[in-house]
Design a protein around this ligand. Structure first.
Ligand code: AMP
Length: 178
């Protein structure tokens, strides 16, 4: 029988124990990026899930949120917004600090990338503790956007990230839930 996109995606994810630090099982998506047909099908899967949210833009989180975020925006025929690590975007920028599963970081957004009330979908590769996505949502809302949804390729449910994404957005079905 033909495999589903979820099964093909799950088969391409490689677990790397103790990277980038002890106790973390890193989800390496290299084999997904190497497979253009799988990338196309992953994008179509998320686009289908997000289509009824009526979104007007996709915001991708640097850097792995850019990889499917951009084709997702193209599939939904909406603009793509870059949310980047500190120091990469020319001013003026809005900033948000947050805690990671490992470490701390600051992300930035150019406020003129967002129009008032714009309905945005936040996209990243992995939902872990939710700190990154929640910070991205807060940043977008500070710029005047409305976060209507979140999409992730993988959800690490045992880290409780979903509970941190309060706001009003819905989470689209991930390709892989652990
Ligand atoms: P968090 O803020 O804890 O939800 O972490 C999400 C961010 O860290 C995403 O941008 C992921 O790319 C990355 N990340 C966190 N945990 C993992 C993991 N186990 N495997 C791969 N990437 C991860």
């Amino acid at each position: 029988m033909e495999k589903t996109v979820e099964q093909r995606f799950a088969a391409a994810v490689v677990d790397v124990p103790d990277f980038p630090q002890h106790g973390v099982v890193f989800k390496d998506l290299k084999r997904v990026w190497q497979d253009p047909g799988l990338c196309r099908d992953v994008t179509a899967f998320i686009a289908a899930e997000a289509r009824n949210l009526g979104i007007q833009a996709v915001a991708g989180i640097e850097s792995r949120g850019f990889l499917i975020g951009m084709p997702l925006a193209m599939a939904l025929n909406v603009p793509f917004i870059m949310v980047r690590k500190a120091g990469k975007l020319p001013p003026p920028v809005l900033q948000q600090a947050y805690a990671l599963e490992y470490g701390e970081a600051v992300i930035e957004l150019q406020p003129d990338a967002v129009s008032p009330g714009m309905r945005v979908l936040v996209h990243d590769d992995v939902l872990a503790t939710g700190g990154t996505a929640a910070a991205c949502g807060a940043l977008l809302e500070a710029a005047g956007a409305r976060v209507m949804g979140w999409s992730f390729l993988i959800e690490l449910g045992f880290l409780g990230g979903r509970e941190r994404l309060g706001l009003e957005g819905q989470i689209t079905r991930p390709l892989l839930s652990i």
